[in-house]
Design a protein around this ligand. Structure first.
Ligand SMILES: Nc1ncnc2c1ncn2[C@@H]1O[C@H](COP(=O)(O)OP(=O)(O)O)[C@@H](O)[C@H]1O
Ligand SMILES: [Mg+2]
Length: 265
């Protein structure tokens, strides 16, 4: 409790980018694991109907009776939804394809943008003594992603080190601005993290330069390299930190966690 890096109530970070395949899920899982290594208690909310974060964290499809869908709809006991992962201190609310219908069902609800916000602020959450909640968003700017941004303190944006990476970012920033103006005035950009970075590739270096020129301090100093161990880990239902603890990928996600904590004041 005396540790100043420990938030009082869980700090909620939406990991978002409407492009698919840019490293949202990979960053969610491995940043969560790195924060847990540092002694934090972390909940991953899988908000993507594809359920990749759930799979990567070891929740088999037949263990997904209660999911993020139930969390949002709010009629199931939290203890039935939140699952402990293999690692102590790491929890997940798993997702299934059901979530894609939630997106539609929510529209009729007048509190539609606040459903996740309210779910994550119910008293039963306190019992988990969480430090961080990371929300793995779907690859769209749908109502699910808006729910994540309304629920969150900040948005962390993975940016793939590829051509056109910066395109689409303005649309994402526009959505953040809209959420700020309407439902969540204190929403911050936690930062932009370059993923799948290849140091030997001119294009990667160019994307990094463009991102730093345009977004300055918003870009994390830590860059996540393209690393085969990162892509192998989920098929063993492990974070890369547990799969190959000394890999470049593990080191990078540890550095990202340290940088994230150091940015908090
Ligand atoms: N740093 C990395 N090095 C190698 N492969 C990566 C890296 N980050 C992500 N990948 C791979 O790229 C693919 C897309 O990543 P993912 O995190 O699922 O993206 P998103 O959640 O944004 O759709 C996955 O197959 C993942 O294993
Ligand atoms: Mg994903």
């Amino acid at each position: 409790m005396s540790d100043p890096t420990r938030p009082q109530s869980p700090k909620i970070i939406a990991v978002a980018n409407q492009k698919g395949g840019v490293g949202k899920t990979t960053t969610t899982i491995n940043l969560a694991a790195a924060l847990v290594e540092l002694g934090m208690r972390v909940l991953v909310v899988d908000l993507d109907p594809q359920g990749n974060a759930s799979t990567g964290l070891g929740v088999e499809p037949d263990q997904r009776d209660r999911t993020t869908y139930d969390l949002i709809m709010g009629d199931v006991d939290l203890a039935e939804i939140i699952q402990l992962c293999h690692t102590e201190g790491l929890y997940v609310t798993p997702a299934t394809i059901d979530l894609s219908s939630a997106d539609i069902e929510m529209v009729a609800n007048e509190k539609r943008s606040f459903l996740l916000h309210d779910a994550l602020r119910q008293h039963a959450i306190d019992g988990y003594a969480l430090d961080y909640i990371l929300i793995d968003c779907p690859p769209s700017l749908s109502l699910l992603t808006v729910n994540a941004m309304v629920a969150a303190d900040s948005v962390l944006v993975p940016l793939q080190s590829e051509f056109f990476a910066l395109e689409g970012l303005s649309q994402l920033m526009l959505t953040v601005r809209e959420v700020r103006q309407t439902a969540n005035p204190t929403l911050r950009i936690e930062g932009v993290v370059l993923t799948m970075y290849d140091q030997r590739n001119n294009l990667s270096r160019q994307v990094e330069q463009d991102a730093r020129d345009n977004l300055q301090d918003l870009v994390f100093e830590t860059v996540i390299p393209r690393n085969v161990r990162i892509s192998e880990a989920p098929s063993y239902a492990l974070s890369v930190l547990d799969y190959d603890t000394n890999s470049k990928g593990s080191q990078a996600y540890r550095a990202l966690a340290v940088e994230l904590l150091s940015k908090r004041s």
